[in-house]
Design a protein around this ligand. Structure first.
Ligand SMILES: Nc1ncnc2c1ncn2[C@@H]1O[C@H](COP(=O)(O)OP(=O)(O)O)[C@@H](O)[C@H]1O
Ligand SMILES: [Mg+2]
Length: 284
């Protein structure tokens, strides 16, 4: 981007864009009230390796951080394509996060410079944002049909444990041509599926973020969850561990509990766990 000394506003904007941590501090504070960006989040924002594998606790801030990275990448790369693949609800949620960050960035520019630097959108819908400089962000439900996008700057697969292997296989050829970046972010979900198998692949830079690295998740709350759902559940959802079959562990726990515990609250949780095993209820 040109840095014209005669245009101090554009110069200042470019200084912010050149520093993704600064961009993230400004936009996340405006959009979501963040006071601090966690150290691992800063490392992830700055990471430029081609292949990145992020295994992090639920609610640690994976999606938010990845979407800040996505929006920054799009704003600073005219004509680029940033793809987000996830299951449908997650993709929708991710697009909303991108819009929050884009709006926060524009509001900042409006406030400081009266709107002259604002980057307009020429397409804005549930799945796509296209900026005036022709960079696009697309958030799609991942299926084996998620192919055919040419030369992405970056593909981010969010909550990869919920994405079918066929969708992962379909995106590899696009990245080979573009030399684009691939980021897999997720909480573990058993030992089958590409998020698990790719952890052995030496091409990735790895981030492992258990709940203990997240200042917003209290240990007391985790202990309460452990009492209710058992140790295996906590290991998978909050401590980044790949366990064989969480449903098998739930079944074992359910059986044990049903033999000696007749208290009502536990029975309620038991019923929910049984539904989760049958696929009739979401993991909480
Ligand atoms: N550094 C941070 N400071 C304040 N809140 C944060 C920070 N990182 C994440 N959060 C908040 O934590 C919640 C979970 O974030 P999210 O990105 O959805 O997590 P994940 O994808 O890991 O489940 C959101 O409300 C988000 O705004
Ligand atoms: Mg998420």
């Amino acid at each position: 981007m040109p840095r014209l000394p005669s245009d101090p506003a554009a110069f200042e904007r470019d200084v912010i864009l050149a520093d993704i941590e600064r961009f993230a501090s400004i936009t996340t504070k405006r959009a979501w009230g963040w006071e601090y960006i966690d150290p691992w989040q800063r490392r992830l924002l700055k990471c430029e390796d081609r292949y990145i594998w992020v295994n992090a606790s639920r609610q640690s801030g994976k999606s938010s951080t990845l979407m800040v990275k996505t929006v920054h990448g799009a704003i600073t790369n005219p004509n680029s394509l940033s793809l987000i693949l996830a299951k449908q609800e997650q993709a929708d949620e991710d697009m909303r996060k991108c819009k929050d960050i884009y709006n926060a960035y524009n509001d900042y520019l409006k406030e400081r410079y009266g709107g002259v630097l604002v980057l307009e959108l020429i397409e804005d819908n549930k799945h796509t944002m296209e900026f005036a400089h022709r960079a696009r962000i697309k958030a799609l439900a991942a299926t084996e049909r998620s192919r055919g996008y040419s030369a992405p700057l970056r593909v981010t697969i969010d909550e990869a444990r919920d994405v079918p292997d066929e969708a992962f296989v379909a995106i590899n050829p696009m990245l080979i041509v573009s030399q684009g970046q691939l980021i897999l972010g997720s909480t573990p979900g058993g030992t089958s599926g590409f998020f698990s198998t790719e952890r052995q692949n030496p091409r990735y830079v790895r981030f492992v973020v258990p709940y203990t690295e997240c200042p917003r998740i209290s240990r007391d709350e985790i202990e309460i969850e452990r009492q209710i759902y058992g140790d295996a559940y906590i290991k998978q959802e909050y401590s980044c561990e790949f366990l064989d079959e969480i449903s098998a562990i739930f079944t074992e726990k359910a059986l044990n509990e049903s033999m000696d515990d007749t208290e009502e609250p536990m029975l309620g949780h038991m019923a929910h766990i049984q539904k989760m095993i049958k696929g009739e209820a979401e993991l909480i």
